[in-house]
Write a protein that binds this ligand. Structure first.
Ligand code: VG1
Ligand code: CO
Length: 543
């Protein structure tokens, strides 16, 4: 066993995006690519010497190899200890929990989340800070700056560490503790929710289907839903994590979780359906014959969270990302709660959660979570839903209809244009940005623009400012269109167009969302010229 210094040079495309660095797996496997980024993390956090970190990933292709490299680099640079999930697996929320519970100096999560996995698909690496949350922009900026001046890195030359069983071992003087990835997370869930009530609900014949999409949540869902809560065997489907997620996109939405949608809309549909993504931080909720949009789900959870023991004392406040629908704001207003609007990405919720300003947070992209960890948490959202269903003893559809009658309904949809030429997408955003000043007062498809701006966020806790966070067009009737470019893709640009309109007429609560949004969709096209700029006549995905 030998500590060696490897000469390297800067690689110029290692800028972390919305959620860490994501690239094609083969790029990550290329010479020095992973190593340089890990070295940059060490530099960005002021060195890893003497520190304790958590390490785990979603099990995708290259997860096991990358874990060995990171362990050898951490040992070579003098880390004190690494707490690693068995077989290098940890869901993102479980990693966040471990970082917090063990009071570590942070952690490294190996995942490209909802992006597909495999040798020809995507891989990713993300650093989380000691509060358990994704590194905020000042840290990711420091990491990026470090990538620009790497000249060498240290690594131990040795055999692989056996991560197949829990236990303690060591590598060149660094302690390695291999933990069961599920145990601590499951214990936290038992504290937050009324497992007795959920168990009774399931025992009464209430049927569920949880689609783990061959990703990391499988073992967690099996243990909690079928184990603790007694859901019938087979309620959790696609439960074994596979390096290529069975060839699918582990992205829980009606397109990629079509099997679940078919089951929930078919004969003999279960009472409740849910899915999670590659790294277990997203959730999708479906009732029998009814898809619950993530924005609506967030609002329903905010309105009902007090029914779960962990939130019985009420919420300190709520927060949503800017493009997320304002269904949450309606609940907050009715309940007298502060409601914060942050840029896209979970890292922006961290300060609010740490400061006790918000208890519940969410994003339209199927992310919901609370102050129990500092990441969004797919299975947590599913358990909170089940707890609410157990307490209210009503079907999902009835809960949704009551919710809309009480608070109004924000019809919502996101249109994604994927793999667009990056110059064309950027060009569209530039033209749109330059037209913002002239838009107010103009009418498009019957909707009059009231306000048009580019979102910037001033963090109320640390005062940091984040600019260029999406263009928002507000119409006088409360409708809205938001445009932004994705920061998680690995090929070309993905344009996201977020569309929302408010309905308060009780007779119009059960319309098709695309139809209800027809005018807003047309107005968005007229304002931005999506077709002309991108050459696309239809979005690739509507969620
Ligand atoms: C997307 C979502 C964003 C989410 C991010 C990470 O980012 O829109 O809401 O926080 O993915 O989620 P973007 O920049 O592509 O729009 V995950 O489950 O990948 O950690
Ligand atoms: Co994810």
């Amino acid at each position: 066993m030998q500590r060696i210094t490897i000469q390297s040079e800067p690689i110029d495309d290692q800028k972390p995006g919305t959620s860490g660095l994501r690239k094609k797996t083969r790029v990550f496997m290329g010479a020095h690519y992973l190593e340089n980024f890990i070295e940059a993390i060490w530099q960005g956090i002021g060195g890893v010497a003497g520190k304790t970190l958590v390490l785990g990933g979603d099990g995708r292709y290259f997860n096991d190899r990358a874990a060995q490299v990171i362990l050898r680099m951490a040992a070579a640079s003098g880390a004190r200890k690494i707490i690693v999930g068995q077989s290098a697996l940890l869901s993102t929320p479980a990693a966040s929990n471990l970082i917090r519970m063990r009071k570590t100096d942070g952690g490294i999560i190996m995942s490209a989340s909802h992006n597909p996995g495999g040798a020809d698909e995507d891989f990713g690496v993300k650093f989380n800070t000691p509060n358990g949350g994704p590194a905020p922009e000042d840290v990711t900026n420091r990491i990026f700056e470090a990538t620009k001046s790497i000249s060498s890195y240290e690594i131990i030359e040795t055999q692989d560490v056996d991560l197949s069983k829990p236990g303690v071992t060591e590598l060149a003087g660094m302690e390695i503790e291999i933990v069961d990835p599920v145990a601590d997370y499951a214990a936290l869930m038992r504290e937050l929710f009324d497992f007795g009530a959920i168990r009774s609900l399931l025992a009464s014949g209430f049927s569920i289907r949880f689609d783990a999409m061959h990703a990391v949540t499988g073992p967690y869902a099996k243990a909690l839903l079928e184990g603790d809560l007694g859901a019938s065997f087979g309620s959790v489907v696609n439960a074994v994590p596979l390096p290529d997620f069975g060839g699918g996109h582990p992205d829980p939405n009606p397109i990629w979780a079509k099997d679940l949608m078919d089951a929930m809309f078919g004969d003999d549909a279960p009472d409740f359906g849910a899915a999670s993504d590659g790294d277990g931080d997203r959730n999708m909720v479906v009732g029998r014959g009814l898809y619950v949009t993530p924005s609506d789900s967030l609002a329903v959870l905010a309105a009902n969270a007090h029914l779960a023991p962990g939130y019985a004392g009420g919420l300190k406040g709520v927060a949503r990302s800017m493009p997320t629908s304002r269904a949450l704001d309606r609940v907050a207003e009715a309940k007298g709660l502060d409601c914060y609007e942050t840029p896209t990405g979970w890292k922006f919720f961290g300060n609010l959660l740490d400061a006790g300003k918000a208890t519940l947070c969410g994003e339209e992209s199927a992310g919901t979570g609370s102050d129990h960890v500092r990441e969004k948490d797919g299975l947590w959202a599913v358990l909170l839903w089940l707890n609410i269903l157990a307490a209210r003893k009503q079907p999902v559809a009835e809960i949704m209809n009551e919710h809309w009658r009480t608070y109004g309904r924000n019809y919502y949809s996101r249109h994604d244009y994927e793999g667009v030429d990056a110059n064309r997408a950027g060009g569209m955003m530039t033209v749109l940005r330059n037209s913002l000043a002239e838009l107010p007062g103009k009418t498009f498809s019957g909707r009059t623009v009231e306000a048009a701006d580019e979102f910037a966020y001033d963090d109320p806790i640390d005062g940091s400012r984040s600019e260029g966070q999406g263009i928002r067009i507000g119409f006088s009737d409360g409708s809205r269109a938001v445009f932004r470019l994705s920061g998680t893709g690995t090929v070309g640009a993905t344009l996201r167009v977020y569309l929302e309109t408010v309905e308060t007429d009780p007779a119009r609560m059960n319309r098709d969302a695309q139809e209800a949004l027809g005018d807003v969709i047309a107005a968005a096209e007229a304002i931005a010229g999506i077709r002309e700029h991108t050459g696309r006549s239809e979005p690739d995905v509507r969620t």
